[in-house]
Write a protein that binds this ligand. Structure first.
Ligand code: PLP
Length: 453
């Protein structure tokens, strides 16, 4: 066994014989079966619009907006030029006790489209950092308003909130959690996925609003005076597209407000037009206290995240002596000038091309195309909302995830990139997708489903 591993590593380390082909050995890939991947790699070398180019010069339709982030499509020159200009104007400047114009400008521009009017913006460099930031702001807020006993955080089963210790603690993915210590004082609502009652739902499923009452049970169990915040993804993406039942988010808002518990929406996936409004907050008409974002913020071009806070939350922390730092939190790259330049250019594209509402105008065609796969082999559920879809397959006996993984590889070979999680295929194309490309996604997938065992 050990010998085998050494042999394989040695093979990966061997020079590839072509100077433009780096060894695959050194990059320890994230969330990847490294040894399996490196034995049969899938490599993209370029991207434009809706398509990637592979190392063997094939075009692959992007059915996943990269990793739920390239909402305006690939290779946007306006973003590239803004980044280039910014690098040559001001490449980096600190934002700890210093400032630069473009960070203030980007925050001001974001404030104009802020989810639910939450117009105070804290910059981060990723979705995980945005989640950690939102959780910490919630704890700091409770302390600031004299509610220092509120230290518990409530998450939800089957949630993904990134990989920081806070995010994985409030998250609900067992593989992400089991070998890492958890934050103390965290509890979880039940997830809302209910195939028996909600199979093949278009848009929000009818059943399950009552699951929000779990928050009342948490209050009854722990005491409201111990709970700082509850965090949910309005639509859970990474765990297989779980769409909130009608009335669920509204009820969560009512209950959290009643008990003085802050409501945090993790909009890392749903932010920036994915559902057909700028944010899920606007789409569902439910306003939380904090919103965590990243990904589409810069069209994925430069790593960046942002947390939107209500004025009530922000202002509660702007107390105390004026020469005191109000929040002991931040990142070297909070408000990085180059990321801000990418973000402003991205926002201009979204607004000028009407991309925040494009998912709404395509939603029916999208749902029709993807729901046409309901009778394909292995399919046990299809769910759609905005420009997102989940296609859930029956797992193979004793090999959970194997069928969807095979579908993923087959789709890639046939010119379509999808995401899979467990036995669920998740789709979220860039918002610039054309109707003909929606049909192409459905037809490639139909062929894939017929061919996988
Ligand atoms: N929160 C949600 C809902 C996500 O989907 C993700 C990533 O997919 C994250 C947080 C983590 O973002 P990042 O990978 O940028 O840290």
């Amino acid at each position: 066994m050990h010998g085998q591993m050494v042999d394989r590593a040695a093979k990966e380390d061997a020079p590839s014989g072509r100077s433009n082909r780096p060894s695959l050995a050194n990059f320890w890939m994230p969330f990847t079966a490294n040894r399996q991947f490196k034995a049969a790699p899938r490599i993209f070398t370029a991207a434009e619009g809706m398509y990637y180019t592979t190392s063997d010069d094939r075009k692959v339709l992007d059915g996943a907006a990269g990793l739920w982030c390239v909402n305006a499509g690939h290779g946007r020159k306006r973003i590239a030029e803004a980044v280039g200009r910014q690098l040559l104007t001001l490449d980096f400047a600190p934002t700890f006790q210093m400032g630069h114009p473009i960070a203030f400008e980007f925050a001001e521009r974001l404030a104009a489209i802020a989810p639910g009017g939450l117009d105070r913006v804290f910059f981060t460099s990723s979705g995980s950092e945005s989640v950690e930031t939102a959780l910490k702001i919630a704890l700091a807020y409770q302390r600031a308003i004299g509610q220092g006993t509120r230290t518990k955080l409530i998450g939800r089963e089957r949630a993904y909130h990134g990989v920081g210790f806070g995010g994985l603690s409030v998250g609900g993915i067992v593989n992400n959690r089991r070998i890492f210590p958890q934050l103390p004082g965290v509890d979880h609502l039940r997830h809302t996925h209910d195939l028996e009652r909600n199979v093949h739902s278009r848009g929000q499923p009818d059943h399950g609003a009552e699951l929000a009452n779990d928050l009342e049970r948490m209050v009854a169990l722990h005491g409201a005076e111990t709970i700082a915040a509850v965090i949910v993804e309005p639509v859970a993406g990474s765990t297989g597209v779980l769409i909130p039942p009608k009335g669920y988010l509204q009820r969560l808002r009512t209950i959290s407000e009643k008990h003085g518990i802050l409501l945090i929406f993790d909009e890392v996936i749903t932010g920036f037009g994915r559902l057909g409004a700028a944010f899920a907050t606007d789409y569902f008409g439910v306003t939380p206290d904090l919103v965590a974002t990243a990904k589409g913020l810069t069209n994925g071009a430069v790593p960046m995240g942002a947390v939107f806070a209500s004025r009530a939350v922000h202002d509660a922390l702007m107390m105390g002596p004026e020469n005191a730092i109000e929040l002991f939190h931040g990142y070297t790259y909070s408000g990085h000038p180059v990321a801000c330049a990418a973000g402003i250019a991205t926002l201009e594209i979204y607004l000028e091309e009407g991309l925040f509402s494009r998912a709404a105008s395509l939603a029916d065609d999208w749902a029709n195309a993807i729901h046409s796969l309901e009778d394909m082999p292995h399919v046990i559920d299809i769910r759609t909302i905005g420009l997102i879809a989940g296609v859930e397959l029956a797992p193979r006996d004793g090999a959970s995830g194997a069928r969807a993984y095979e579908a993923f590889v087959t789709a890639f070979e046939r010119g379509l990139m999808v995401r899979v999680t467990g036995d669920i295929i998740a789709l979220s194309p860039p918002l610039i997708v054309q109707r003909s490309q929606i049909d192409e996604i459905a037809s490639i997938l139909a062929g894939v489903l017929k061919s996988v065992a």
